[in-house]
Every structure is written in structure tokens, then in C-alpha cells.
Design a protein around this ligand. Structure first.
Ligand SMILES: Cc1cc2nc3c(=O)[nH]c(=O)nc-3n(C[C@H](O)[C@H](O)[C@H](O)COP(=O)(O)OP(=O)(O)OC[C@H]3O[C@@H](n4cnc5c(N)ncnc54)[C@H](O)[C@@H]3O)c2cc1C
Ligand code: FES
Length: 248
């Protein structure tokens, strides 16, 4: 884990409320799918804590994050200009996406796809079969659509209102994939909860989000329960969990 002030290489709007930020980071070899960083782009105590963002991609000397502007911290992040510095702490997360198995179905809800894009890239590098289902409430929430199209990955797109792709939810595609497909999902809590009730015949891994203050296991702000009642810190025992093991 490193705590660095990194140069912003890019911070541009790529959707109705989504930004792509690329930062200089010379230690990318250790970054694996599922890792996240705690980010701070402001001085002072408002907001008090850093915010968590998944690594969406990595280059030789850089990291890419996609983020939705939803509140104070992300509004401040969107003001960062190229060449300015941003404080990042990471990589964080001890339990990451498993890469075993030959067929992998990735379900990304909204900005949740940014938690899966590095996984898609790595699985493909390993010669695995990868299929991505990407969905949002409407076309406005599909900020990573261009990334997905350019990636060359097999994919389907869904929107709740039918404004783009198929009308429906990413979960609708589950019935078209047999139990040999390992499912990896990241997205809104409601989507992940619904998935828990739908895919008993499959191996499913969820990358969870929870309010985080520290990101490395000390504040207990991010706990969820295991099926047998124990506390699990999303930042430390996660962020990826077998869907049979976690209650959230
Ligand atoms: C491990 C992890 C990885 C994440 N990766 C990404 C990412 O790649 N891209 C991205 O856009 N967002 C990601 N998030 C969510 C991101 O951390 C929050 O959107 C951010 O903290 C919001 O900060 P804010 O001050 O702008 O908004 P706030 O004012 O703090 O919150 C605005 C709204 O978002 C909700 N919210 C805030 N934090 C979280 C959270 N951690 N989980 C769920 N809801 C939250 C609040 O309840 C509120 O409704 C991730 C969260 C975690 C825990
Ligand atoms: S964010 Fe502090 S323990 Fe998880």
C-alpha cells in the first residue's frame, strides 16, 4: 500500500455525470482486478475522508478511474486539471476477483462496470472466454459504452427504459448462460441483492461498495455480515465476496 501525491494526466467528462481520471502511478505491476484506491483531491476537512474508487484500467505507469459525480467529493474531483496533483492511497482490498475457470460472465450496473473492466482485460490476456453485460437506468448512465465497444469484448447492453440496447436489466441475460459460466458482478446494491436470489446454480462473485472512511480495515465503517453472522470489512475481507457468503 502506498500513499502518494500523483500527477493527473487526464480528467475528462465522458458521460452525463461520469468522468475518467488517469493518474501517473509507477507501480502498476502489483495492481490486480478488484483493487481500489482511496482518493482525495481537496485540502481541509470537508469532506473529512477520502473516497474509494476501483481501478478501471492500468497502463505501464498510470491508473485509470471512472467516477460518477454524486456528491461533494466527486464534485471537487471533477475540478482537477491536467498536471495538478491528487492524493491516492492503495492498492486496497485483500480479496480480489478469482481468475480460475474458462468462461466468465461480467455483469456491470452503471458505474459498476469500472469495477470489472480491468478484470475483463486480464481474463482476455489469459485466453479466457469473456462476455460482458452492461446496463443502466437509461442511456445517460452508459458512460463506458465507448470503452466497451472499443474493447472488442463480446457484450450486450441493457437499459431499464429501453433508451439504448435491450430493454431490461443486466440480470435478464443470466438465463442465457449455463452454470459453467463464472459470474462477476459490480453495481448498485439492489442489483447485487437481486442477483443473490437468481443464480443459485452458478458460482458468483460480487464486488461490494460500502461507505468507507479508512479503506484499510481500522475504522469498521464498511462492515457487512457473513452468512454465519460474523462481521466482514468490505475494504479488508473484500471487496470481492462469494455471493453465498455475504449478507448486505
Ligand atoms: C470499494 C469501492 C469502490 C468504488 N468504486 C467506484 C468507482 O470506480 N466509481 C465510482 O463512481 N464510485 C465508486 N465507488 C463509490 C464512491 O466511493 C462514492 O460514489 C463516493 O464516495 C461518493 O463521494 P461524494 O462525496 O461525491 O458523495 P457523497 O455525498 O458521499 O454521497 C453521495 C451519494 O452516494 C452514496 N454513497 C457514498 N459513498 C458510497 C459508497 N461507498 N457506496 C455506495 N454509496 C455511496 C451516498 O449514500 C449518497 O447517496 C466505490 C466505492 C467503494 C466502496
Ligand atoms: S473503510 Fe475503514 S474498516 Fe473498512
Amino acid at each position: 500500500m502506498r500513499d502518494l501525491e500523483c500527477k493527473v494526466l487526464k480528467n475528462q467528462r465522458v458521460g452525463a455525470y461520469t468522468y475518467l481520471m488517469e493518474v501517473e502511478f509507477p507501480y502498476t505491476e502489483s495492481i490486480l482486478p478488484g483493487h481500489f484506491f482511496m482518493v482525495r483531491s481537496w485540502d481541509g476537512l470537508d469532506p473529512l475522508s477520502r473516497r474509494a474508487f476501483a481501478v478501471a484500467d492500468k497502463g505501464k505507469d498510470s491508473l485509470v478511474f471512472y467516477y460518477d459525480v454524486v456528491g461533494r467529493a466527486t464534485t471537487l474531483m471533477a475540478k482537477l486539471r491536467e498536471g495538478e496533483r491528487v492524493s491516492i492511497l492503495g492498492p486496497l482490498g485483500k480479496n480480489l476477483f478469482p481468475l480460475e475457470g474458462e468462461k466468465h460472465l461480467l455483469l456491470g450496473g452503471g458505474i459498476g462496470l469500472s469495477g470489472l473492466s480491468l478484470l475483463a482485460k486480464e481474463l482476455r490476456r489469459l485466453g479466457k472466454e469473456v462476455f460482458v453485460c452492461y446496463g443502466a437506468r437509461s442511456s445517460q448512465g452508459l458512460a463506458m459504452k465507448e470503452w466497451l465497444k472499443n474493447s472488442g469484448l463480446n457484450h450486450r447492453i441493457f437499459t431499464d427504459d429501453g433508451s439504448e440496447g435491450e430493454k431490461g436489466s443486466v440480470l435478464d441475460c443470466l438465463k442465457d448462460f449455463g452454470k459453467e459460466w463464472i459470474v462477476h458482478a459490480c453495481g448498485p446494491k439492489a442489483m447485487l441483492r437481486a442477483l443473490q436470489g437468481m443464480a443459485e446454480d452458478k458460482k458468483v462473485y460480487l464486488s461490494l461498495e460500502a461507505p468507507m472512511a479508512c479503506g484499510w480495515g481500522v475504522c469498521l465503517g464498511c462492515v457487512v455480515r457473513s452468512k454465519d453472522g460474523k462481521f466482514l470489512r468490505v475494504c479488508y475481507e473484500g471487496p470481492v465476496f462469494d455471493f453465498q457468503e455475504v449478507v448486505f
